[in-house]
Design a protein around this ligand. Structure first.
Ligand code: ATP
Length: 459
């Protein structure tokens, strides 16, 4: 039995160290020295990531009558990014340190000294705020306070692609956000399914941003995935669904194990002109506190109107009952998978003191999110009959669940290893198993052990 519960504050360094040690996350291109803002998901990381995606898809598509999924191509006609406003306006305000040339995100640095600024403000407003406060801001590298005037820096990542590049006219872009594919296909979905407005489309897709100062591990990266939903409603019928969607997205994090005290709402004070309302769900990230994990935005008809204007396609909807013709309004939710991953992992991270005074680190992940569901151990690796029995059980159980076979080291060490990756149940095959076909199940959270028949386990 354990005596203590959750550590009051896990640090980001502890999370990074666990992720590396246990094969959740590796630095991108590590053997070449690593590239800032890029990460690779290791064996347990990819399982946790996939389980988060499954949990999202289950709640947003599977359990809803009027939502469907989509997976659109990452490359798009470059005009998409002009229509969306990304070519013209998707930029961060940056200033450069005159001493050491480190570039800083002006809005974020102002935020750190308690001055509110965000990328949606007019540039002149940001320059004025920065000029008034520049002496209080220190360069993170050389600690001096001498900066150039802030400039806007476009975040879109350019690429090249067959026809477009050969024409030499326009660059193509990697997606700056995943949701554009939903707007482009909204009419296709209507025409090929039996859905009518109101309805929603969900998509999980990659996004790329030229973040100038990637930081805080998975929080701000240059390549990441977004899990989005777009809900299409008649004009001016946005308020009620917006409130419902807001609530359901907040509750989703709690349902999958996040302590509600570590979540909060933050309303945008500077709305872009077309937005009716915008809120962020924030999580209390280790070592630096509350910041955005997901945006829930009431966006009016802006996105579809823009694509209508730039493509010439008719994206209006005709109500089959009233014959009323309109451009639907959209309620959007958009969450970064990396930030979700960090939040679920940090919230589950627990250090406990055992009765013998030892400590154990345990990831108390929701069972559906745990990378491995069952770890199967033969008590001793040099007893072929125990090993065979454990392998047989692995073969049977792994048809239904992610399992791991482990015969390495003493049993206590094997339990510790599984605790650190959040495996809810360990199964031990011992000499009694050979006599009566029962095994020991050991519970991750209570460390309690129970004896069950293998047939009952497989049922
Ligand atoms: P921020 O203000 O933190 O830059 P944002 O408001 O630009 O974020 P959105 O464009 O609304 O973010 O993107 C939706 C979600 O995508 C965010 O809530 C976040 O979880 C995720 N996201 C955005 N930028 C990044 C990034 N550079 N790295 C990881 N996740 C990101």
């Amino acid at each position: 039995m354990t005596k203590q519960s959750k550590t009051p504050a896990v640090s980001m360094d502890e999370i990074v160290s666990l992720c590396k040690r246990r094969g959740f996350i590796y630095q991108g291109s590590e053997i070449y020295g690593g590239v800032a803002g890029l990460y690779d998901f290791g064996p347990y990381g990819v399982e946790l990531l996939n389980n988060i995606k499954k949990a999202f898809w289950r709640s947003e598509v599977q359990l809803r009558e009027n939502y469907v999924g989509l997976d659109s191509a990452m490359f798009k006609d470059p005009r998409v990014w002009v229509a969306s406003g990304h070519v013209g306006g998707f930029s961060d305000p940056l200033a450069e340190c005159k001493e050491c040339h480190t570039r800083i995100r002006v809005d974020k640095e102002l935020g750190k000294i308690g001055v509110h600024a965000d990328e949606k403000m007019e540039m002149q407003e940001i320059i004025d705020l920065f000029t008034a406060n520049a002496k209080k801001i220190k360069c993170p590298t050389c600690k001096k306070s001498t900066f150039t005037e802030p400039k806007k820096f476009n975040l879109l990542v350019k690429s090249n692609l067959g026809d477009f590049t050969e024409q030499g006219s326009e660059p193509v872009y990697l997606p700056g956000e995943a949701c554009q594919g939903i707007y482009l296909n909204y009419k296709n979905v209507l025409d090929t399914t039996r859905l009518k407005i109101p309805f929603g489309i969900a998509q999980i897709g990659k996004a790329f941003r030229n973040e100038i100062s990637p930081r805080n591990f998975l929080f701000r990266t240059r390549e990441f995935e977004q899990a989005d939903t777009q809900y299409f409603v008649p004009p001016n019928q946005n308020e009620k669904p917006y409130q419902e969607i807001k609530k359901s997205r907040f509750d989703w994090y709690v349902e999958y194990g996040i302590n509600p005290e570590n979540l909060r709402w933050n309303q945008h004070t500077h709305l872009v002109f077309y937005a009716k309302d915008a809120w962020d769900i924030e999580y209390n990230f280790p070592s630096y506190g509350f910041d955005e994990i997901e945006g829930v935005h009431d966006r009016s008809d802006y996105d579809l109107s823009q694509h209508m204007k730039h493509s010439g396609a008719d994206l209006t909807y005709t109500d089959p009952k009233t014959n009323e013709k309109y451009i639907p309004w959209i309620i959007e939710t958009s969450a970064g998978l990396g930030r979700m991953f960090l939040a679920f992992l940090s919230d589950a991270y627990t250090v406990e003191t055992l009765e013998n005074g030892d400590t154990r680190t345990v990831l108390k992940l929701h069972k559906n999110l745990a990378p491995i569901k069952y770890a199967i151990f033969p008590l001793l690796k040099n007893k072929p009959e125990l090993v065979k029995k454990a392998r047989d059980l692995f073969r049977d159980l792994s048809k239904y669940h992610a399992c791991e076979f482990d015969d390495n080291g003493n049993i206590g060490k094997r339990y510790r290893r599984q605790d650190e990756i959040g495996t809810p149940t360990c199964i031990c095959i011992d000499f009694q198993t050979l006599e009566d076909n029962t095994v020991t199940l050991r519970d991750r959270d209570t460390t309690q052990q129970t004896r069950v028949k293998i047939q009952d386990l497989l049922k």
